[in-house]
Design a binder for this molecule. Structure first.
Ligand SMILES: Cc1cc2nc3c(=O)[nH]c(=O)nc-3n(C[C@H](O)[C@H](O)[C@H](O)COP(=O)(O)O)c2cc1C
Length: 216
C-alpha cells in the first residue's frame, strides 16, 4: 500500500514531468544517471525480454554529429507544412542535443530472447513498446532527480546507427538529452507555442463499444 504522501509523490512526477529542450552545461551526478538507468531497467517488457541498451554520449564531437542528423531531419520534415504552419514549425526548437551534457541513445534489440519471446509472437512491435516503457521510467526518474529530459526522434535511424556504430538489426528508438535547466516548463512546450493543446479526457473515454459515451 502507498501512503497518501507516496501517492502524491508519484502523481507529482507524472503531472510535472515535461519535455525539455534547453539545458545548462552543468554536469550530472553519476549517481543520478545510475538511478535513471536503473529505473529504465525496472520497466515492464513483453515476455520480460528487456530489449534495451543505453549508449551514454558525453563526447562533444559525437553530440555534434547527432545534432547534425536531427537538424537535417528537421529541415526535411518542414516540407509537410506550408505557409504560417511552416514558419511556426521552423521556429520550434525540437532538440537540445548539443547543449545537454549527456545524451542517452536507447536502443531496442528485437532478437533478444530468441525467436519465441512470450507474448511477442502476436504483436511484434511489443519490443519497441517495452523500450518506450523504459524511456517513460527514465523521464519520471529524471524529473524526480530535478533533471530535465528531452526525447528527440527527429533523425534517420541509419544516420544514428552510423554515428554510434550500432549494428543494423538494433533499433535506435530514442535520443534522450539530459541535464539541468533554468526553464523547466509548467506546460508542454507545444501548448505554449500554440501548436497543440491537451484534448478533453472525457471525449476520449468510451463505454463497452467504440464511440459510445459512458452514462453521465
Ligand atoms: C515518441 C516521442 C517522440 C518525441 N520526439 C520529439 C522530438 O523529436 N523533438 C521534440 O522536441 N519533442 C519530442 N517529443 C516530445 C513531445 O513533443 C512532448 O512529449 C509533447 O509535446 C508533450 O509535452 P510534455 O512531454 O512536456 O508533456 C517526443 C515525445 C515522444 C513521446
Amino acid at each position: 500500500m502507498f501512503t497518501q504522501e507516496e501517492k502524491d509523490a508519484v502523481y507529482k512526477a507524472i503531472y510535472t514531468r515535461r519535455d525539455v529542450r534547453s539545458f545548462l552545461p552543468d554536469p550530472i551526478p553519476e549517481t543520478a544517471v545510475r538511478s535513471i538507468l536503473d529505473a529504465a531497467h525496472h520497466a515492464p517488457s513483453v515476455g520480460f525480454m528487456q530489449p534495451w541498451n543505453f549508449i551514454l554520449v558525453s563526447s562533444n564531437e559525437v553530440k555534434e554529429k547527432l545534432s547534425w542528423a536531427a537538424e537535417k531531419e528537421r529541415r526535411a520534415l518542414a516540407i509537410h507544412y506550408e505557409g504560417e504552419k511552416e514558419t511556426k514549425f521552423l521556429g520550434l526548437k525540437v532538440q537540445g542535443l548539443k547543449e545537454a551534457p549527456l545524451t542517452i541513445c536507447v536502443t531496442c534489440d528485437p532478437t533478444r530472447g530468441g525467436s519465441h519471446v512470450l507474448g511477442r509472437n502476436s504483436i511484434p512491435e511489443t519490443d519497441v513498446l517495452s523500450t518506450a516503457c523504459a524511456i517513460q521510467n527514465m523521464w519520471l526518474a529524471a524529473c524526480a532527480e530535478g533533471l530535465a529530459l528531452g526525447w528527440v526522434s527527429f533523425y534517420k535511424k541509419n544516420d544514428v546507427r552510423d554515428i554510434l556504430e550500432i549494428p543494423p538489426h538494433i533499433d535506435p528508438v530514442a535520443l534522450l538529452s539530459i541535464g539541468y535547466t533554468e526553464h523547466y516548463p509548467a506546460k508542454p512546450i507545444l501548448e505554449s507555442a500554440d501548436w497543440e493543446k491537451r484534448r478533453v479526457l472525457d471525449q476520449l473515454i468510451f463505454a463497452d463499444k467504440w464511440g459510445v459515451k459512458p452514462e453521465a
